[in-house]
Design a binder for this molecule. Structure first.
Ligand code: TXA
Ligand code: MG
Length: 330
């Protein structure tokens, strides 16, 4: 891998894009200090230019190169959760480029917990701007193959670090205001964050369950994110049977992702058993949605997940996937 890392660093220094694995999802990286390189991220993804990107850094000592007025709580959180799936939003330094912040007065920073990402960052010894390596509005990639399928030639190099452990994007915590606020739920839960002494949490809508209807300060909070192409619906356990009966009556083939074991005997239903454990569910969620999306079914039916803080980030991604597909239907 060392020669691959050296090639990746050379591409980054030359202003080219390199996709790399993190513990959450694959990132589409560019040298954060070169605005022309960061601009290539936006065109490769087809992403609006006013959306800020997360800057990945090798360790907490780099925070001060990008942020100012850093609260003690940022260091406490970094101590506990970095490297790991937590992005901190902090006041940006005045010399930080607008192309990273979308013109906002804050910067998002994260130390990812993946050996390949950490080695890349250590050798690069600077900030790597990286959104998820998918086309805008589509499901984030959790394998190198997903990245190649979706972005192909737009990327100079894809570092392959195997499937991502966590499987869904980092928790985004805004520390730039008086009260800390979760802008995007992730597998580090609001209750884990609230354990840190000195953290005062705002009773934000994201932390308390739904972020619909808010003006998005993060692109990930747009409803239509993370959507497969096949229409996706969330249903209760009781309604799984009804969905099957209706699909049968219409002569349609449907895919079902459910906690219940596979139902026998109906060839028109492609049934996938979902893991009961939230970590395992998150780990395979995007790969499963991508796979179910290739089966040419009339719809993907997903059984609702439990209402519980450990399932909140997964529930959030499923609602967005459902909203994204119905928005396109409409
Ligand atoms: O797990 C992750 O966070 C992955 C991996 C690659 O690190 N990255 C990721 O990036 O999900 P992206 O760009 O797909 O989603 C990051 C979200 C976006 O919605 C962006 O708008 C928001 O973070 N964001 C970045 N900087 C911000 C800032 N300064 N203020 C508010 N939101 C910000
Ligand atoms: Mg993304």
């Amino acid at each position: 891998m060392t020669t691959e890392i050296a090639r990746a660093v050379a591409f980054l220094r030359a202003g080219e894009l390199v996709a790399f694995p993190t513990e959450t999802v694959y990132g589409l990286g560019a040298d954060a200090s070169q605005p022309s390189a960061v601009a290539k991220i936006f065109s490769a993804k087809g992403r609006p230019a006013d959306h800020p990107v997360i800057v990945h850094i090798p360790d907490v000592s780099h925070v001060k190169h990008w942020a100012m007025d850093i609260p003690d709580s940022a260091y406490q959180l970094a101590e506990v959760f970095w490297p790991g799936p937590l992005t901190l939003i902090l006041k940006r330094r005045p010399d930080v480029s607008d192309c990273l912040t979308g013109g906002q007065d804050t910067i998002g920073l994260r130390v990812p917990n993946h050996p390949v990402a950490l080695e890349l960052l250590k050798v690069f010894n600077g900030g790597i701007a990286a959104p998820s390596a998918n086309r805008f509005g589509r499901i984030s990639p959790t394998t190198a193959a997903h990245v190649r399928d979706e972005l192909g030639n737009a990327v100079s190099l894809v570092l392959d670090g195997g499937p991502c452990d966590v499987g869904i994007e980092s928790t985004i915590l805004d520390l730039s205001r008086i009260k800390a606020e979760i802008l995007r739920p992730g597998m580090i839960s609001s209750s884990a964050i609230a354990q840190i002494p000195g953290i005062v949490m705002a009773s934000s809508s994201a932390a308390s369950g739904g972020i619909q209807g808010l003006v998005p300060r993060v692109s990930g909070s747009l409803e239509s994110h993370y959507a497969p192409r096949t229409p996706l619906r969330l249903v209760t356990r009781e309604n799984l049977k009804r969905e099957q009966d209706e699909a049968f009556r219409r002569g349609e083939r449907i895919a079902i992702l459910a906690f219940e074991p596979v139902e026998k005997g109906d060839a028109s239903v492609l049934w996938r058993k979902a893991p009961n454990d939230p970590e395992a569910y998150a780990h395979e969620l995007y790969a499963s949605l991508r796979e179910l999306d290739t089966l040419n079914c009339a719809s993907i039916i997903v059984q609702r997940v439990p209402v519980d803080s450990v399932w909140q980030a997964i529930d959030d991604r499923l609602h967005r996937a459902a909203a994204g597909t119905s928005a396109r239907d409409a």
